[in-house]
Design a protein around this ligand. Sequence first.
Ligand code: ADP
Length: 443
Amino acid sequence: MKQWPDWALVLRAAASVALLAAAGALLGSFRDLAWAGAAIVLAITLVLQWLRSAQLLRWLRTRSIADAPDANGLRGELVAQIVRLLRSRQRRKRQLMRLLRTVRRATAALPEGVVMLSEQAEIAWFNRAAARLLRLSRKSDRGLRIDNLLRQPEFVDYLRGRRYDAPVRVRMGMVPEQFLNLQLVHFGEGQLLLLVSDATHENQVEAMRKDFVANASHELRSPLTVIAGYLETLAADDGIEPALQGPMREMRRQAERMQGIIADLLSLSRLETGDPEVAGEPVDVGLLLKQVERDILSRQQRPRLVHSTAESNQWLRGDHDQLYSLVRNLMENAANYTPADGEVRARWWVDAAGGHLAVTDTGIGIAADHIPRLTERFYRVDVGRSRATGGSGLGLAIVKHVLQKHGGRLEIASVEGRGSSFTCHFPAERLLRRPASRAAAAL
Ligand code: ADP
């Protein structure tokens, strides 16, 4: 780019002004009015320049390449530059439009629904699959808030909760039954992308699995009760041959283990059905801890110290039997995986974040890579040891489900060879003051 002032240009301009002035002066000199002639010619030139500039401005406003004004000299160059700029802009616009059309075609062809939401969760755009799955209408639903169209409480809570690491499943239609997985993803500046997929088949398979496990456990329970009953009667028979007494004891032990597994499977089936969260009644967590503590202390084989403390007298709103099973599973595990010279402590306390129940032991501990999988059904770190302690591998799966039903979560910390700590966190909304009648009785 040339630096200002462009002297050649300045000289050209000065020369043409001087030339015009001289021509005017020459014409004027015929009547002895050389100055007036020069002034008139310069004034006419000025008016013409102004008119041409106005014409250029009018053209620029229309931005139509086809109507470019004819010009030469400096103006001609100016018009040519502007036309070049407009052409390259048009080319870029066409390229962008082509790209946009390709992206739109690609997202329209996606089997998953995609909905673009504004910062206020208003629908900005959606693809064909989203329109089909969510029954959206292209014309009327744009600009509407997504929670005005998807009113399922699970989705509304999910949207407001702002924790979108996992999808939420909602029921869309009753007849035929339809389920959708909805996943929100942050993008841009505060915008959201809603990904929608059909989960009807997945849901049916899960329901079939749950039904199968519940039915099979139910069917196995009665014959097993009969077998266990006969084994007990036979074991009490003094006339039984000494050589058979050992196998008989083992048969009884195994029958009891199977009864334990079936009872746990039935508990899990019950936990998986019904409302996602229990309303429940007031439960005294401190008392639950003491009850389980007593049971463990009455065992022959147990750690040296088993102790529970309730640091708060607040109660928890929940299902008594489910919470009992949670405490029992955690404290029994701690006792089972802690040697005789070890310690097991359970603690209930309350703070601004909610209620907390921790069961800590000085037992064998768990290697870090096992921790994320502990709450899976039948997952055991050491199958032999779990069987020897009468474990079913279902205890922590039950704990996880009970916590889900109470809006809580489980935190596991452990060091191999040093011990473990299982902490249940309950939301503050579930905390209750100790009922007045119980408070008086406790005095
Ligand atoms: P189990 O009936 O086998 O105890 P759980 O589901 O209760 O089944 O526990 C799963 C596995 O987690 C156990 O098999 C055990 O390996 C490990 N585990 C649970 N609690 C503890 C603990 N307090 N200390 C060490 N390992 C534990």
